[in-house]
Design a protein around this ligand. Structure first.
Ligand SMILES: Cc1ncc(C[n+]2csc(CCOP(=O)(O)OP(=O)(O)O)c2C)c(N)n1
Ligand SMILES: [Mg+2]
Length: 388
């Protein structure tokens, strides 16, 4: 007979607690020793109707407009970046189409002195924090100097190895705690990233040490071509936090008011010694994974068109219009202003001096191995067109 009780436990032990979805006879006395629930937050529905009770931020038109303006700039820039790649002027680029509310809401909830550990899509948060559009283009143009942000100096660069940023985020939060600084780290991770060991290591450390850290899981339902249904059997990604002994909460990632509010509360708690939180933001990747991907080969068209109904800009714009805080004239002006800003950034990027071929060898080793030195020489010769 199947006996799930661990070998060293007496036969009448309650055994491990599992959420198996249906009653299973373990034998002995059954005692529930842990229970949890995951809350979902949404204030603005897809049509831009506000659900009450709403947080104070929902009444702050100036701040909502500030967020909406940046969301529009993010959308404008994103479209341009894809076009630049298509015309051979940018390297592979990871679009954030559909993620604008999550990215801007998180940025707006953070304080300048906090530290961001991003993945590779979250430039909406970075822009709020002061990163320049031209720096983002320089990075995706293949030049690491694009990660040397003029502001904010202590944020991490883009992180391509999935989930490794979890350890950066937890480590930074540990440093803040040891130094007694009232600062927090905010770490992004994708739905696919939550299957990686580093995700659990990061939240486990943060929980064990009650670190001032917020982990934002951007659940856009896809990890390249792997849908969330194949990624995990868990009902929510937020509940993965429970295993680390920390709160997990779900938010409508297309509702900028909800993201701003929920992440703001998590940061406030972390800053005042209350420990870390995992925030799962439910959104949708409206774009291909990157410009090197063709999602139409694996994703149903109907799913994408349905997701467009819930996209984040529509609802905040509709809400602002309903409350009289926004009109068509302002919208036209904003569109022109965003186009101007993006064009200026593109000019700056295209006229930036190219890095030398040495750049890809620099900063790798204090004392580079002979093989790399040989490669550096070879690259120099190619660059000087002495060899073909
Ligand atoms: C350690 C590691 N394994 C695999 C990859 C290849 N890879 C790049 S993106 C990606 C999927 C990530 O999906 P998700 O975490 O959902 O983030 P999203 O791209 O949807 O924002 C994978 C597997 C990688 N970059 N790093
Ligand atoms: Mg994903």
């Amino acid at each position: 007979m199947y006996n799930p009780a661990p070998v060293n436990e007496p036969p009448d032990s309650p055994g491990p607690v599992r959420d198996l979805g249906s009653p299973v006879a373990f034998g002995g006395i059954l005692t529930t020793v842990a229970q949890f629930e995951i809350k979902h937050h949404q204030f603005l529905d897809a049509e831009g109707n506000l659900r009450e009770p709403a947080p104070a931020i929902a009444r702050d038109s100036a701040e909502l407009i500030r967020m909406y303006r940046l969301m529009t700039l993010v959308r404008t820039f994103d479209t341009k970046a894809v076009n630049l790649q298509r015309t051979g002027k940018l390297g592979t680029y990871a679009s954030c189409l559909g993620h604008e509310a999550t990215h801007v809401g998180v940025g707006a909830a953070m304080r300048p002195e906090d530290v961001l550990a991003p993945v590779y899509r979250e430039f909406g948060t970075q822009l709020w924090r002061g990163v320049k559009l031209s720096e983002i283009l320089i990075y995706w143009g293949g030049d690491e100097r694009g990660c040397d942000f003029s502001v904010p100096r202590q944020d991490f660069p883009w992180c391509i190895p999935i989930a490794s940023q979890m350890l950066h985020g937890a480590g930074v939060a540990m440093a803040f705690k040891i130094r007694g600084e009232p600062r927090c780290s905010v770490t992004y991770i994708g739905d696919g990233g939550t299957s990686e060991g580093a995700f659990y290591e990061g939240i486990n450390l943060a929980g064990a040490r009650a670190l001032p850290a917020v982990f934002v899981v951007v659940n856009n339902r896809w990890a390249i071509s792997v849908p969330i249904e194949s990624q995990t059997a868990t009902r929510t990604l937020a509940q993965k936090a429970i295993a680390a002994g920390i709160p997990g909460v779900q938010v409508d990632g297309n509702d900028v008011i909800a993201v701003r509010h929920v992440v703001g509360e998590a940061l406030e708690r972390a800053r005042s010694g209350g420990g870390p939180t995992v925030v799962e933001a439910l959104t949708y990747r409206l774009s291909d994974h990157t410009t090197a991907d063709d999602a139409s080969r694996y994703r149903p068209v109907g799913e994408v068109s349905e997701a467009w109904q819930r996209e984040p800009l529509l609802r905040i714009r509709a809400f602002l219009k309903k409350t009289g805080a926004w009109d068509d004239r302002q919208e036209d002006e904003l569109k022109s202003e965003c186009a101007r800003q993006v064009e200026a950034a593109v000019d700056e990027y295209l006229s930036a001096p190219k890095p030398s071929t040495d750049a890809m060898f620099d900063h790798l080793f204090a004392k580079p191995p002979k093989s790399l030195l040989q490669q550096r020489e070879m690259a120099r010769r190619y660059a000087n067109k002495q060899e073909h």
